[in-house]
Ligand binder design. Structure first.
Ligand code: NAP
Length: 460
């Protein structure tokens, strides 16, 4: 797809961008490789100056960065401002903690002849990040922050619908003092991504996106025996047990399903409520949907913005039609959304049976799948009956019991009394078809470093 800014509120294309040529891309990899040789020798304090400064710039001028997100992918302006702040927090987190996370570790060995053994963390080189449009800066921060602090350099192929946001992040790092080649944005095609992964100067690749993109990128990385991490889709279950605080559960479930217009990998896409409270929960949950106000994402009264693009909206509408064609029941609680713009009517689907072709699909927008479970065991069974394994949540007043239920859920993250969410210091990642590897927290900085053993042997 060509790189272009199309405002999803109006569907007007505002700017298009030339894709990078093969020679220019080769030169960019060359520059990145050359910069790596010097960047790797910098002290943590020197790298911190750049990464920490980038965080400060985001905090000093949030509006400048936030506007681009709302313009290009339509998220509420208030959410764009929140994302800028989150991206800054991630950069600060790694600027402040990288040295400690990557400090040499003495290896305890009991063998008398083992000498002194230590494991050091070396950067590995130029990394390629392939990133999605749904949280354009957050994604870039969680890829670039840890890796730049670890001494790697990064190249980024961002989603083709957010070219200005992508360029803004590259400018951010240059303004913060990063040398040319430390952070490089490339408007690359999928073929160029495939070829770049095969380039011997690229030492690892991190992708966040769909299963199809993940499979392609991982296959190329695998052929070249390169490290990859994949953060893919999800269909998180939000389980509500009989003793849950219903007000809290409904309020948080609404947020979990609808924040970012429902376009989050960890959105609460499947709401699973035990029979005793199912009717009451559904009633209140539907009321929450009915209160949504569709409109201009820059308008502070708007609570339902358009999706990221008309094609995303069309795909989701088609998925809802498919669900209904195969027996699902549809609840449409609110007023009709505007006809112009990439809006999707918020809906709740009940009665999605196991043989419905959409049963295991990811609903990327304001559409919730609602399931009734006879009891807790059935709720857990439904939650685990998914090819995805990203996040999930359990609502109960008995938090100790909530932890026990969480242990039974087959995902990379489970929250008790909150939908899955993210912070710089919490590990983020999935299992099953949601991918492998982790981002954020200490775990995120350990993915693309060479854990090298240095063993000083006794000479006597
Ligand atoms: P997507 O189509 O896979 O796009 C993601 C990125 O991959 C874009 O930059 C895209 O480029 C690129 N891409 C697509 N196919 C490719 C290929 N064959 N080779 C190389 N690059 C390729 O995903 P999306 O639909 O835009 O994004 C939403 C998906 O991301 C959802 O499934 C969501 O759950 C997932 N996601 C996961 C996480 C997580 O942490 N687990 C976080 C956010 C989103 P173009 O834009 O040029 O097509």
């Amino acid at each position: 797809m060509a790189y272009a800014t199309t405002n999803p509120y109006t569907n007007e294309t505002l700017a298009t961008f030339q894709g990078i040529g093969d020679e220019e891309l080769d030169q960019a990899v060359h520059t990145a490789q050359r910069t790596f040789e010097s960047w790797r020798t910098k002290s943590f304090d020197e790298r911190k100056e750049v990464v920490g400064r980038a965080a400060s710039i985001l905090r000093e001028r949030p509006d400048e960065f936030a506007r681009l997100l709302t313009l290009e992918m339509g998220k509420l302006y208030s959410e764009s401002m929140g994302e800028v702040d989150l991206a800054a927090s991630i950069l600060d987190y790694y600027a402040d903690n990288a040295e400690e996370f990557l400090a040499p570790e003495r290896v305890a060995t009991e063998h008398p002849d083992a000498g002194e053994a230590v494991v050091v963390s070396d950067p590995i080189g130029v990394l390629l990040g392939v990133q999605p449009w749904n949280f354009p800066y957050y994604q870039l921060a969680r890829f670039a922050g840890p890796n730049l602090m670890a001494g790697n350099v990064v190249m980024v192929k961002h989603a083709s619908i957010v070219p200005q946001s992508a360029a803004a992040f590259e400018r951010l790092f240059r303004e913060a003092g990063a040398p040319e080649g430390a952070y490089t944005n490339v408007y690359a095609s999928k073929d160029q991504v495939s070829r770049t992964i095969r380039d011997s100067r690229i030492r690892g690749v991190a992708l966040t996106g769909s299963e199809g993109a993940g499979a392609s990128v991982a296959a190329h990385a695998g052929e070249e025996l390169k490290k990859s991490t994949l953060e893919l889709g999800g269909s998180d279950a939000l389980i509500v047990l009989a003793d849950a605080d219903l007000d809290l559960s409904v309020e948080r479930a609404l947020w979990g399903r609808l924040n970012n217009a429902g376009q989050s990998c960890v959105a609460a896409k499947r709401i699973i409520v035990v029979e005793e409270v199912a009717d009451e929960f559904l009633r209140r949950f539907s009321e929450g949907f009915a209160r949504l106000k569709a409109g201009d994402p820059f308008d502070s009264d708007t609570t339902l913005p358009p999706l990221s693009s008309q094609s995303a909206a069309d795909d989701l509408d088609a998925l809802v039609d498919e669900a209904v064609d195969h027996g699902a029941l549809m609840i449409t609680p609110g007023d009709p959304v505007p006809e112009e713009g990439a809006f999707v009517q918020p809906r709740i689907l009940t009665g999605v049976s196991r043989d419905n072709p959409v049963y295991d699909k990811e609903f990327f927008g304001p559409v919730a799948l609602f399931f009734r479970a006879a009891d807790e065991d059935e709720a857990v069974r439904i939650a685990n009956d998914s090819t995805f394994g990203l996040g999930g949540s359990v609502f109960t007043e008995d938090t100790a019991h909530g932890v026990e239920v969480a242990k039974r859920i087959e995902t990379g993250m489970v929250f008790v009394n909150h939908p899955t969410w993210t912070r710089p210091d919490l590990p983020f990642g999935g299992t099953k078809r949601s991918g492998y590897g982790q981002e954020l927290s200490e775990a995120g900085i350990q993915e693309f470093v060479n854990k090298k053993l240095i063993n000083v042997m006794p000479t006597g």
